[in-house]
Design a protein around this ligand. Structure first.
Ligand code: GLV
Ligand code: MG
Length: 328
């Protein structure tokens, strides 16, 4: 380990994160009763410009009056390039009670963007005597944000998570797609001729691999959660699962849900299975035995395990304990 200690953000389950438009009041109660780990009430892209003042009012009332249970509650404000953002922060934080946990900042481009919102939030918290410190969720969804991601991730002690906003990222990088998330038939490799019949195979690749990998590494290097963004085709659960699984394999601990039907999928993908937890506990136990007999490595089921295996296994057991604590 480095001499530098990376402090983790406050522990929260973030397997599924439901987006709810601030203008759609009829969806609020249902969202509150859903199985989402995190809900963000949206003031940004799901709300038309003329509806934003009313959406702020709806959100304030909902934060203060609805029973959100044990869920983490967030509000997505508008970007710093709009004239909506300052009122989003001031109106919501001045009038909403301490039930609010997080603010989600979209299209973060530089560390100074985070600094600016931090300054505003800090002043309001002090002036209003807010007791709970608001944390930040940051959406990385522009070329500028991806270029500056390391400075952004370190820009405020309020930072809790980095989110991959795949739709805006595609727009910002001018990627040739109009899908929200998901694979792209243009992105793949064609094999050389495989046999005498000159058969060739085309394998689809994951055009988001670099962006998500970079986001995961940067998040973890700063003690933050890494969360994969939206998958637009809510009638395709298999497609959602495939995208969520590959994000989990890279180190994300959750994914957005743009429709309630995606919540159960996200919760399942980002929860370790019983078999995985049992295996992780076996690894830890086997290594403790090895250690007691003076060994730094051991064989389990015919495979080498060592101290790195303990750290891998502890990630799985830690997640299982967090889920059990929520359920209990
Ligand atoms: C989310 O905000 C996205 O742009 O994908
Ligand atoms: Mg976006």
């Amino acid at each position: 380990m480095s001499f530098k200690v990376v402090e983790p953000a406050p522990a929260r389950l973030n397997r599924s994160e439901l987006s709810v438009p601030g203008s759609s009041v009829k969806l609020f109660e249902k969202a509150a009763k859903s199985e989402a780990d995190v809900i963000f009430l949206d003031l940004e892209d799901a709300v038309a410009p003329d509806d934003k003042p009313q959406a702020r009012k709806n959100i304030i009332q909902a934060i203060n009056e609805i029973d959100w249970g044990a869920k983490t509650l967030s509000v997505r404000i508008n970007g710093l390039d709009t004239h909506f953002m300052y009122r989003d922060v001031i109106e919501v934080l001045e009038a909403a009670g301490d039930r609010l946990d997080l603010i989600m900042i979209p299209k973060v481009g530089t560390a100074a963007d985070v600094y600016a919102v931090d300054m505003l939030v800090t002043q309001i918290e002090r002036a209003k005597g807010r007791r709970k410190r608001i944390g930040f969720e940051l959406i990385i969804e522009t070329a500028l944000g991806m270029q500056n991601i390391a400075e952004i991730a370190a820009a405020s002690p309020r930072n809790e998570s980095l989110h991959f906003g795949v739709a805006d990222y595609a727009a910002s990088t001018k990627a040739k797609t109009t899908n929200i998330g998901g694979p792209n038939p243009l992105y793949g490799v064609l094999t050389d001729k495989l046999d005498a019949a000159a058969r060739r195979d085309f394998f689809w690749g994951d055009m988001w691999h670099y962006a998500i990998s970079r986001l995961v590494v940067t998040a973890r290097a700063n003690g933050l959660r890494a969360v994969d963004g939206p998958f637009g085709d809510f009638k395709d659960p298999d497609g959602y699962n495939a995208q969520a699984n590959r994000a989990a394999a890279l180190g994300c601990e959750g994914k957005w849900a743009i429709h309630p039907s995606q919540l159960a999928l996200g919760n399942a993908v980002f929860s370790p299975t019983e078999a995985e937890v049992t295996q992780a506990r076996r690894i830890i136990a086997a290594m403790r035995d090895a250690e007691a007999s003076g060994q730094g490595a051991a064989a389990l089921d015919g495979k080498l395990i060592d101290y790195a295996s303990i750290r891998q296994a502890e990630v799985i057991v830690g997640m299982a304990e967090q889920i059990a604590a929520r359920a209990g």
